[in-house]
Design a protein around this ligand. Structure first.
Ligand code: ADP
Ligand code: TRP
Length: 319
């Protein structure tokens, strides 16, 4: 089984990225061959500084490896190290109905937030479809916000197959239901564009400060509190054991404990959870050439697979 996912190098990784995409992607490595890439072509729709793009891409590779991605079980590579994906994007765009792209929520949201409405931003889902289809991917682990993009990839593959014969494999989405949307400090979806994130590898002081700033209601210390509507409880339950979560639930409901105490518990849990990953990250940083070696090996493996699919595609369309 081929498992594929990508992440844009547009900023620093936060626990929403970790739970929605990285943790499931890393766990799935045990079940098949993983192809995970840094979507730097996609990031060009929002980043126009070459140094930033280069630095972010390396940092994502580092963080992914630190979080447990095993480069011997799969391939970690830069999207742009497989330029054939741009060729497939063009070919797929010729069978993609414009109306399909016009329905994309992500495009509308990004334009509403002020991003330039470039042709690249509009055709973003076609490049994403090419990313998936060029490796004959079976399973694509992503967060819920990418669901529509995956459906579009399937629609585009189907349209291509209807036109040119059964050349492309239709992928299955793999959306984490327990962690569909990780809330941010303000209770909205955690996202770097909302400035409400808890970063995975932020320093201790910064992580503590951010957790202490989680928005709560104004219930006094003695009052019983509702765990279900609390961001603190939701985040805690995503990292704590069942027993620990139940204990916190009871203390919430029993009253007598202030939000400040719960925030301290959440901080301690998160700091402890990411401890081994911080250690691994420090180890990798002692030998940064390792990252380049991993990316190079990953790119070679990815090109090998992409080459096979492109041969089929080119033959099918008459190139
Ligand atoms: P951001 O919203 O911070 O810009 P991205 O859009 O780059 O994050 O998302 C990268 C990956 O992380 C995607 O698979 C996305 O679904 C997942 N992800 C991002 N934010 C969350 C969240 N709050 N909850 C669950 N998954 C998330
Ligand atoms: N669009 C995805 C995101 O913003 C990143 C991505 C690009 C991706 N190509 C992909 C994810 C292919 C899965 C499969 O998070």
């Amino acid at each position: 089984m081929r498992i594929l996912s990508g992440i844009q190098p547009t900023g620093i990784l936060h626990i929403g990225n970790y739970l929605g995409m990285m943790r499931p992607a890393i766990a799935l490595q045990a079940q098949g061959e993983a192809f995970y890439f840094i979507a730097d072509y996609h990031a060009l729709t929002t980043i126009d500084n070459p140094e930033t793009l280069r630095a972010n891409s390396r940092r994502i590779a580092l963080d992914f490896l630190a979080c447990g991605l095993d480069p011997d079980k799969g391939a970690l590579f830069r999207q742009s190290d497989v330029p054939q994906v741009a060729e497939l994007t063009w070919i797929l765009s010729t069978v993609t109905p414009k109306a399909l792209l016009e329905r994309a929520h992500s495009y509308k949201d990004k334009v509403a937030r002020g991003l330039p409405a470039s042709a690249g931003l509009f055709t973003y889902p076609v490049l994403m479809a090419a990313d998936i289809l060029i490796y004959d991917s079976d399973l694509v682990p992503v967060g819920k916000d990418q669901k529509q993009h995956l459906e579009m990839a399937r629609d585009i593959a189907q349209k291509f197959n209807d036109t040119f014969g059964g050349v492309l494999k239709l992928p299955e989405p793999h959306i984490q239901s327990a962690t569909e949307t990780v809330p941010g400090l303000d209770g909205q979806k955690m996202s770097k564009s909302y400035g409400n994130t808890i970063d995975i590898f932020g320093d201790e002081k910064e992580m503590r400060k951010r957790i202490m700033s989680i928005v709560t209601d104004s219930a006094p210390v003695e009052a019983a509190k509702d765990p279900a509507s609390s961001t603190i409880f939701q985040l805690y339950s995503l990292f704590a054991s069942k027993e620990e979560t139940e204990t916190m639930r009871e203390v919430f409901q029993g009253g007598g404990t202030g939000y400040g105490d719960f925030k301290k518990q959440l901080f301690a849990k998160l700091w402890e959870y990411f401890e081994p990953m911080r250690k691994r990250r420090e180890e990798i940083l002692k030998d940064v050439a390792y990252i380049d070696t991993v990316l190079k090996k990953g790119a070679a493996r990815a090109n090998e697979e992409a080459g096979k699919v492109m041969k089929r595609v080119r033959a099918a369309v008459g190139l």
